[in-house]
Structures are given as C-alpha cells and as structure tokens.
Write a protein of this length. Sequence first.
Length: 181
Amino acid sequence: MGLIIVVSGPGGVGKSTIVEALVARDSGLWLSRSWTTRSRRPGESSDAYHFVDRATFERRIQDGGFLEWTEFLGNLYGTPNPEPPDGHDIVLEIEVDGAQQVKRKYPHAILIFVLPPSRAEQEARLHARGDADAKVVERLRKAEEEEPIGKELADHVIVNDHLEETVDSMLGLIRSARLAR
Ligand code: 5GP
C-alpha cells in the first residue's frame, strides 16, 4: 500500500490551495474527493466535493462506503474508500476528527497539521472566500477547538505563511517518507 498523507487544519488556513498545488507538482500523488451534505458556496467549483443530500450520504455510511466521515458545523463530510491509480500515494484534506479516524485505521498515515500565520490572517482569508460573517465567527471558534487536538495528533506541524514554502516543505516530507518506505 502507498502512503496516506492527511492534510488537516482550521478553516481558512489554505488547505485546498495547498493540496491542489501538491498534486499539480507531484504526479505520484492522488487527491481524494470527499462527499459532503454542505451546499456549494457561490463561485465554488462543482467538483470541489461530491455534493449530496443527507439521505444519500447516510445510505453510503450504511453501505460501509467511507474510510472515515464526520459531522462538522452541521454538515456531513466523508472520504469514500479510496481507489487511487496503481502506484499513487493518497492525499486527504480533512478535519481533525477524520484525521484521527484515519490514523487509527492506518497508523502509517502521515498527518500534517497546517496553521495560519495569525488569527487575523485566517479571518481575512475566510472573508475573502465569501463566508458570511456568522460563518466566519463559527469557523474561528471551531479553529480554537481543533488546533490543540490537531497539534497533538500531527506528525508534522506547518505554518502556512507563504504558499510556495509550505508546498516545498510538504513535498520534502513526502519524498523522505517514500525513501524510508
Ligand atoms: P469546508 O466546508 O470548509 O469545505 O470544510 C469544512 C471542514 O471539513 C474542513 O476542515 C475540511 O478539511 C473538512 N473536510 C473536507 N472533506 C472532509 C472529509 O471527507 N472528511 C472529514 N472528516 N473532513 C473533511
């Protein structure tokens, strides 16, 4: 089995941008597409998630179709059982409860927890992607709750100050893990 790289961190830290850059730069990586019951944000790409209603999501839970799933701020999110092309390593972009579930199932999974440079910067990024004020407040509160757990759980903690540097250091971690395999 290949590597499982789990990228986790609070909302607005830039996780989606980071994982997209990782798979764009390393052709040996395969990004899992999550299912969610959340509605699509204005301007959000239709393939950011597999968007489904709650009944469809719950049916898939019953069928054992998720590697992990959780409820996050009132919506369900889950990683379908991954089917990467041969020879590819798996990248998951999920919150900390899911990261914990993956680590329990696959202790060799590499957990990278990403932190924002500051709370102010995180808040600005949340507003910039179009979250309503109430959502921003909710996500900042959730971040306070997730961060200590994420730091404790993580194999590596990275502050996403400059995207290029963050991606470079993650690719470095992944290369070392491949060599050690
Ligand atoms: P958002 O609504 O901002 O897209 O995602 C909310 C949170 O859910 C983020 O922390 C994101 O990483 C996480 N998330 C996205 N997909 C999954 C998934 O499949 N499983 C879990 N556990 N969390 C997910």
